[in-house]
Design a protein. Structure first.
Lengths: 229, 305
């Protein structure tokens, strides 16, 4: 369970997040809202990449506001970047092993890659450099979070750049993650098909939570405004 | 061989026992062990220090190890090793030099390796340099490699210097015949006040020859590096050179790729990039549970791999 208490975030005199108060208990929670509404910033604050100007972050009853990125990762927070990072020299296998734990059998790493629609034998030894397309990197990023199997997983627009790969498979992965971890999956998305599987939806606008409710209560009204953006 | 020498042998040649195939182990200026095979002969030079390695034509799937170990402080040597690789051979040559200097005198190994690679022969050449020891004496290495590739010959060279060498000047010259192919991968890390200079020159003389020189380096602390890669395209040929460096602390890196085309049919490309470790790379690895220092090590070791 994740609790955000009075989170404010300002940078260069500009307010990005305004008094965010959220209690996230459900397995699938989607964060949506217009571009520039503060969605990615909120994810970075949860992962520890950005520090809030004020407010507290509570994970399973423990105040993690002052913990580093590394400490939060070790407490069970995973974060799939919107723009995956490239590494010259580090291979898919290296990163999968760092994610899954160094003793994870090779065959299991391959299975996880297959899960995200990548033929493991064609990818496992590739370097995470410019030779991979944006879509391929995105799937590897998702596979890494899947491999970590932590209690809180944050995905920043996981569907972006994934054209041919079926949404059903992506959703299948989220479901498998929840099944094994019994934890929370938070997905930033504009995609109706992803919002459709959310237990609850958070609608952010201008840095504030405008709505936070169950999918059934929120989705019909939202779809119009999201597609308009 | 004493424990220090054994450890160095492990570092430079991954050897914990005598290798299979032909070998010549040089320790503190003398030949410590040698083996020849039916196809590979090793002969001590009579006019100067060094050996001739003669590989018969059509020798395939054989290897030669020629590691050099220096554990005496103040020992300096200049060694000439000439390799004659017969036509149609396919061999692996593993060289390497390790210096353990626990005294105050400078220890140095200058090796001049000349390769004569016959028609359609293939050579994989691996060279690893390593230094250690607590003494104030410097550990110095100046390898010179001269490569003659006859028509259709191919050579892959992997050179690495990851730790412990104070000063190094690497000089590599290559001459390529028709259809010859040369691939060089260099990885270097310097720390402290170390200085590494690498100069590569390839004369691409033959028709349809190709050359790819890739250097990856990491410069830490107050160390300095200078990388020069010169491709001379004298015929229908394709050449590519790339130098990529991670710079840290107060280090300094100079990269000077040079291309000269003397034929309208020469296609030459160079790339050079120097920069610090990207912050987002560190952050990504930290979100996987690594500390900042562990993330840095991971990025560097992957980069130099």
């Amino acid at each position: 369970m994740l609790e955000l208490q009075n989170i404010n975030y300002e940078i260069d005199g500009k307010t990005i997040l305004k008094d965010i108060n959220l209690v996230i208990k459900d397995h699938f929670v989607a964060i949506t809202g217009p571009n520039g509404s503060g969605k990615s910033t909120l994810a970075k604050i949860i992962a520890g990449i950005a520090a809030p100007t004020s407010g507290r972050i509570i994970l399973d009853g423990e105040d993690i506001t002052d913990l580093s990125i590394t400490e939060r990762a070790n407490k069970g927070i995973s974060y799939a970047f919107q723009q995956p990072v490239r590494f010259k020299g580090l291979t898919v296998k290296d990163l999968m092993r760092l994610s899954a734990g160094k003793d994870t059998p090779y065959s299991q790493l391959c299975e996880m890659l297959n899960e995200v629609g990548l033929q493991s034998k064609n990818y496992i030894n590739r370097s995470l450099d410019a030779s991979l397309s944006g879509g391929e990197l995105k799937r590897i990023e998702i596979a890494m979070i899947f491999a970590r199997s932590s209690k809180l997983s944050l995905f920043d627009e996981p569907e972006a750049g994934i054209d041919l790969w079926s949404f059903q498979k992506l959703i299948g992965i989220f479901e498998k993650m929840v099944e094994t971890t019994k934890g929370n999956v938070i997905i930033i998305s504009h995609q109706e098909r992803i919002l459709n599987i959310a237990d609850k939806i958070i609608y952010l606008k201008d840095g504030a939570v405008e709505q936070y409710d169950t999918r059934d209560n929120i989705l019909p009204g939202l779809l119009d405004s999201v597609t308009k953006e | 061989m004493d424990p220090i020498q054994k450890k160095i042998l492990h570092e430079v040649a991954d050897l914990d026992a005598l290798p299979v195939g032909a070998y010549n182990i040089r320790a503190n200026g003398k030949s410590a062990a040698r083996n020849t095979t039916a196809n590979i002969d090793i002969i001590t030079k009579e006019d100067k220090s060094g050996i001739d390695i003669i590989i018969k034509p059509n020798t395939v799937n054989e290897s030669v190890h020629i590691p050099v170990i220096i554990s005496e402080t103040g020992l300096t040597e200049l060694v000439y090793n000439d390799f004659y690789v017969g036509e149609n051979s396919d061999v692996v040559i593993i060289a390497g030099c390790g210096i353990h200097n626990c005294g105050n005198g400078d220890s140095a190994h200058d090796g001049i390796h000349t390769f004569y690679v016959g028609k359609n022969a293939k050579v994989k050449y691996v060279e690893k340099h390593y230094g250690e020891g607590e003494g104030r004496g410097k550990r110095l290495m100046n390898p010179t490699t001269v490569i003659h590739l006859e028509d259709g010959a191919q050579m892959t060279m992997q050179a690495s210097q990851i730790a412990g060498i104070d000063d190094t000047l690497r000089n590599t010259k290559a001459y390529l015949g028709s259809g010859a192919k040369l691939e060089i991968n260099e990885s270097v890390m310097t720390t402290g006040v170390q200085n590494a200079v690498s100069e590569f020159t390839a004369d691409m003389n033959g028709e349809n020859c190709s050359c790819n020189i890739v250097s990856r380096t990491v410069a830490r602390d107050n160390s300095t590096q200078h990388f020069t890669s010169r491709l001379n395209g004298n015929n229908v040929c394709s050449g590519h050179t790339e130098c990529d460096s991670i710079i840290m602390d107060k280090a300094s890196v100079l990269a000077t790729p040079e291309l000269q085309a003397n034929s309208t049919e020469a296609s030459l490309i160079h790339e050079a990039a120097i920069g610090k470790i990207a912050g987002e790379q560190l952050i990504k690895l930290m979100t996987l549970g690594l500390t900042e220092a562990q993330a840095e090590e991971q990025i560097i070791s992957g980069f130099l791999k």
